[in-house]
Structure formats: C-alpha cells, structure tokens
Design a protein around this ligand. Structure first.
Ligand SMILES: NC(=O)c1ccc[n+]([C@@H]2O[C@H](COP(=O)([O-])OP(=O)(O)OC[C@H]3O[C@@H](n4cnc5c(N)ncnc54)[C@H](OP(=O)(O)O)[C@@H]3O)[C@@H](O)[C@H]2O)c1
Length: 273
C-alpha cells in the first residue's frame, strides 16, 4: 500500500544513492514524490529512476531551503562535506543516514545549517515496512522536524529518540536488525535441510514462517514471549526446542552479544575508529 505525503520537499539532493538511500528513494517515488524534485549525486553517474537527475559530482548551486540526504558511507563525510557545505545556507535541511556519525560531527561540517537530523532507516523501508529512528537537537526548528517526520512516514515506523547516547543502540536493533533476521531465516532453513527437508522447500517454509510469526506478533495483543508459550504444548515438541534455545540463556546471550558488538562498533566509529 502506498501512502500520501502532502508536502514533499521541493528540492531533494541525495548524496549517495546505493543500497539504503536507493530503497528510501524507491519508496518515496512509489508514494508520489515528483522525480523532478530529486537530484542524486553518485560518482558512477548511474541512472536511478526516470525523471530523477543524476550527477557524478556536486551541483554548482543549491536552491534556498533544499533538503539534503547524506546517503554515502560514513567515512566519506570528510570528503563530501567540504564540497557540499559551501552550497548550504541557514535554511538548508540536512538528513543524515550515516551510521556512527553523531550530530556534533555533522554540525561541525555544516556550521551554518540550523536543521540537521540523524535518521537511521533499515532496508525494508523500500516496501514501506521499515523502521526509521530520528534524533536532533534544539537548534532544529519544529517545522523542520515535522517535515522530516512527514518524509519518513511512508517508509514505515518512524520514531524520535530523546537521548542521542542511545542512537547506536537503536541502529544495532533496527538498522542492523534485518541482517540478523535474514541470517536467522537462512539458518532456520539450513537446520530444516539438515533434518532432511528438500532445500527449496525448507527455504520457502522458513521465510513464510518468519513472515507469519512477525505479522502475528505485530497484530496480537499478546507479547512475543506469550505467543511463544501458546505454540508450546506442555510436554510437546516446541517445548523441547525452546528448552534448547533457553538453556543457559543461550538465545538471550546470543542476541545481547550481537547487539552489543554492533552498538560498540558504532560508538568506535563515532570516536573516529
Ligand atoms: N545498508 C543498510 O542497511 C543501511 C542501514 C542504515 C544506514 N545505512 C547507512 O547508509 C549509508 C550508505 O550505505 P549503503 O549500504 O547504501 O552503501 P552503498 O550501497 O555502498 O552506497 C553508497 C553510495 O554512496 C555513493 N558514493 C560513494 N562515494 C561517494 C562520494 N565521494 N560522494 C557521494 N557519493 C558517494 C555511491 O555511489 P555509486 O552509486 O556511484 O557507487 C553509492 O551510491 C551508510 O552511511 C550507512 O551507514 C545503511
């Protein structure tokens, strides 16, 4: 299902448009963002979508009040910002999806810009079922916050956080989360194969099971923990399986260690690592 956005940015400059920003743009275009409002800067100059202007380098100038989405790799900020900052004014709006890049690092590169927002999406934004975490500070005015919220709304669940020190934790959970779940689906299928199921059937059933369970968890009034118990008959098969996952908090420790490692990498990147 598409979603109507009443006020698309009149000028949207996307610096980098690869896996992640490309998914955001695909969803925005599907929801009615006029392609002529969008300019993409990518060194390859590869076409993005009909009507979208693609440049291999920065434009000569930017329209007053343009919105910029920083969508290149985090380590490229030091190369991009010196070429981009001279094009910005106080009314430019900057949205950054750069992982491990705190607001202070962005503000240092674009000192004249008031509206600077960190936005952490995940890949399913492309089908409108993503998650976008948002953070900014008091210098960003309410109108710019509202515009960012409206732009993120068609991408899925968009939520602000008040405490920037949690931004890398949020990134670990929802930004990296799809990778952890893709790995889970793959591992579930392979475990089925190991028990003798045909490869293609195990793959189909693993995907459908995860999709059904996720949809049910989203719609149910019961918590996922309670839903797990509803599958498990006392003395039955599921309980035996859950006992393996729960022994020594195996699953809980695996997920805690996974998120902590991802979060800590973000913190190290923010320190320049
Ligand atoms: N992948 C995710 O799931 C995810 C989730 C949340 C946030 N992020 C963040 O999204 C950003 C991009 O990640 P990605 O996975 O989309 O990477 P990607 O697929 O490699 O895309 C990088 C993009 O940056 C462009 N680029 C490279 N050098 C550039 C330069 N000097 N100036 C301008 N653009 C340049 C590339 O251009 P070409 O297209 O011409 O090669 C490409 O479009 C990262 O900062 C990451 O932290 C990613």
């Amino acid at each position: 299902m598409t979603q109507t956005v009443t006020a698309w940015p009149e000028r949207l400059l996307m610096v980098g448009c690869g896996n992640m920003a490309g998914q955001m743009l695909a969803r925005w275009l599907a929801c009615g963002l006029p392609p002529e409002n969008v300019t993409v800067v990518r060194p390859s100059g590869r076409a993005v979508a009909p009507g979208v202007t693609v440049l291999a380098d920065m434009p000569a100038a930017l329209t007053h009040g343009a919105t910029i989405l920083l969508g290149m790799k985090p380590y490229q900020l030091g190369d991009v910002a010196p070429r981009l900052a001279p094009l910005c004014d106080a009314d430019t709006r900057i949205l950054s999806i750069l992982a491990g890049t705190p607001l202070a690092a962005l503000r240092a590169q674009f000192p004249q810009v008031d509206a600077v927002i960190e936005a952490m999406p995940n890949l399913p934004v492309g089908i409108g079922e993503g998650v976008v975490g948002l953070y900014t500070d008091g210098r960003t005015e309410a109108t710019a916050r509202a515009a960012a919220e409206a732009l993120m709304a068609p991408l899925g669940l968009a939520e602000w956080i008040a405490d920037e020190s949690l931004f890398n934790a949020l990134t670990a959970l929802s930004g990296c989360g799809p990778a952890f779940l893709f790995r889970f689906i793959d591992t579930l299928a392979r475990a089925g194969e190991a028990l003798g199921l045909p490869v293609d059937q195990a793959a189909r059933m693993a995907i459908a099971t995860v999709r059904g369970a996720a949809s049910m968890a989203a719609r149910s009034g019961d918590s996922p923990a309670r839903l797990a118990d509803q599958v498990a008959s006392p003395g039955g098969m599921t309980r035996e399986g859950l006992n393996v996952m729960d022994a020594d908090d195996r699953m809980a420790r695996l997920m805690a260690d996974t998120l902590r490692a991802a979060r800590d990498r973000g913190d190290a990147m923010a320190r320049g690592g």
